[in-house]
Design a protein around this ligand. Structure first.
Ligand code: SAM
Length: 241
């Protein structure tokens, strides 16, 4: 039987604890008791863990052996900021699909009020990623970076494979660009950039070109940004597997 999995709030080499809502849920709803066994992620490692004490405020565990766990996809999503409800949906689904990092991008066509509010939203996006990580039984939580301008994000990008989703590109499908950049040892890391609802501006396209990003298409239909993000991650994950 699949054991319930928890992501520890604090941990040492041999112990872990859950606090806040997680502890309250374990104590009040699941009525956890000392001696029960769960899977607990502590510091990015998955362990079999035994409950040693339970209260509404914290649940303590002794960590037993480390268990095998799936690694995150080596995928960095640069996601132009768009309407927050759609953005939250995209972050949740991208987390479920296994991306390792998301950078929200302040694009030229990101609506002004969204760009102004974005820095304060980052904490909420991190909480969404945490909840989606638990729900999807990930052993890690994707990093949600602080919102950045496109120029700053591209200057810092380390991934050797850099792919720009562009609704104006017609020749190169995403799968072909990924196949062309494959190495015998696999992919070190892949960066995927998705534009805002209004698309990338010509100036932004020029910045991508100057930083050696490959434009690709997802087909003839214009997708909403969040649909494009999910479709691109699904295609990339089948190539990276
Ligand atoms: N304003 C644009 C238009 O009406 O032509 C549409 C932008 S689209 C809603 C938002 C983003 O999703 C694009 O910048 C691109 O990154 C991605 N996207 C949407 N459809 C795509 C496609 N068929 N191929 C590649 N990327 C696509």
């Amino acid at each position: 039987m699949t054991r319930r999995r928890w992501i520890a709030d604090t941990w040492t080499a041999t112990t872990a604890s859950l606090t806040g809502d997680q502890a309250a849920h374990l104590a009040r709803v699941l009525r956890a008791e000392p001696g029960q066994i769960f899977d607990v992620v502590a510091g990015g490692f998955l362990h079999r863990a035994e409950v040693t004490s339970v209260s509404d405020k914290d649940v303590l565990f002794t960590l037993h052996e480390e268990l095998e766990a799936d690694a995150a996809l080596p995928l960095h999503l640069l996601l132009a900021i768009f309407k927050f409800d759609h953005m939250e949906w995209a972050i949740e689904k991208a987390t479920e699909l296994g991306v390792s990092r998301i950078t929200p991008i302040l694009a030229r066509r990101t609506e002004k009020h969204l760009a102004l509010a974005a820095p304060k939203r980052a904490e909420r996006w991190r909480r969404i990623a945490l909840e989606a990580s638990k729900q999807s039984r990930r052993t890690d939580i994707p990093e949600i970076a602080d919102p950045a301008t496109l120029k700053a994000a591209l200057e810092q990008e380390q991934s050797p494979t850099r792919i720009l989703l562009s609704e104006t590109e017609q020749a190169t499908p995403l799968s072909a660009a990924l196949a062309a950049s494959a190495r015998p040892t696999g992919y070190e890391s892949v960066a995927l950039a998705i534009g805002p609802e209004g698309g990338w501006t010509p100036e932004e396209m020029a910045i991508f070109t100057a930083n050696a990003w490959t434009p690709v298409t997802l087909g003839p239909r214009i997708l909403r940004a969040e649909t494009a993000a999910i479709a691109a991650i699904a295609i990339a994950s089948s190539c990276l597997a």
